[in-house]
Design a protein around this ligand. Structure first.
Ligand code: IPE
Ligand code: IPE
Ligand code: MG
Length: 250
């Protein structure tokens, strides 16, 4: 057991391969402190790096962070969206070195339409600079919606069928998976949601079919490495069946 693993008290075999996180509660965190939502988002952005770094050091293969849904982009006030975009741009630049130092491979998942070109440029730059890295995959879901992702996949598959490149008989689960934005990632084993809501809010609908769900009341800006460890310990105790009859334990 490495030093890191022993700190957590868990062997590597019981850790999830892929952790997906709905980083919710920035607004409520701010409200509880009498601050603006923008301050909440800024504190939320600060909470990201320690969690991602810990996951990389624990040798978790992939982390997907839900940073902004397509619905957030469409339905939140313009000034809130602009403040969020400014923060993403800033953090994509300031955390670049950490991505490289930790050998992480960065990706953006989500639609590019409707995103400011300056943010897209930093997303692309981080992806490009970390492309050859061999450590943890870090996917940032920005302007992401799972229904939109599935719609895009179906459209591409439909075009391939229409052009004769693909036979309808060739459409199976793995073909669909290979057309999702997450084609390169293992399935999430653990879905963490902060701030207490028990819903998935259009996040990875296909991919989380058998993910274990862990919800905490803690708001995202307060979520720290100890909370992550609690989630991982809880995950390690779960018995996953994937539809099979549970194995009897004496
Ligand atoms: C999550 O925090 C961040 C984004 C959705 C961008 P919220 O802004 O949703 O915070 P609450 O849910 O209002 O507390
Ligand atoms: C989900 O949170 C999206 C992110 C955390 C980025 P929301 O705050 O948008 O979810 P709802 O609207 O409460 O379902
Ligand atoms: Mg919310």
């Amino acid at each position: 057991m490495s030093e890191r693993e022993s700190q957590l008290g868990l062997p590597a075999e019981v850790l999830p391969h892929h952790v997906a996180i709905v980083m919710d509660g920035n607004g409520r965190w701010a409200q509880a402190k009498g601050k603006s939502r923008t301050v909440g988002h800024a504190r939320g952005a600060e909470a990201v790096l320690p969690i991602v770094t810990e996951c990389a050091q624990l040798r978790i293969e992939a982390v997907t962070l839900y940073a902004l849904s397509t619905e957030n982009l469409l339905r939140r006030p313009d000034d809130e969206v602009a403040a969020l975009m400014g923060l993403y741009e800033q953090y994509l630049i300031s955390e670049r070195k950490q991505l490289l130092d930790n050998n992480m491979r960065f990706r953006h998942i989500g639609r590019r339409d409707g995103m400011p070109p300056t943010v897209l440029a930093e997303l692309d730059r981080n992806a490009e600079l970390t492309q050859q890295n061999t450590g943890m995959e870090l996917a940032l879901a920005l302007n992401y919606g799972s229904r939109q992702e599935i719609t895009d996949a179906v459209r591409t598959i439909g075009e391939k069928v229409a052009s004769g490149e693909l036979s309808p008989d060739a459409i199976d689960e793995s073909l669909i998976e290979n057309h999702l934005y997450t084609a390169h990632l293992p399935e999430p084993d653990l879905l963490i949601r902060t701030a207490g809501e028990k819903r998935v809010s259009n996040f990875l609908l296909w991919q989380i079919s058998y993910a274990e769900i862990w919800v905490t009341e803690t708001f995202w800006p307060d979520f720290d490495v100890e909370h992550l460890h609690t989630a991982l310990r809880d995950y390690a105790r779960r018995r996953r069946n994937f539809g099979a009859a549970p194995v009897a334990i004496d």
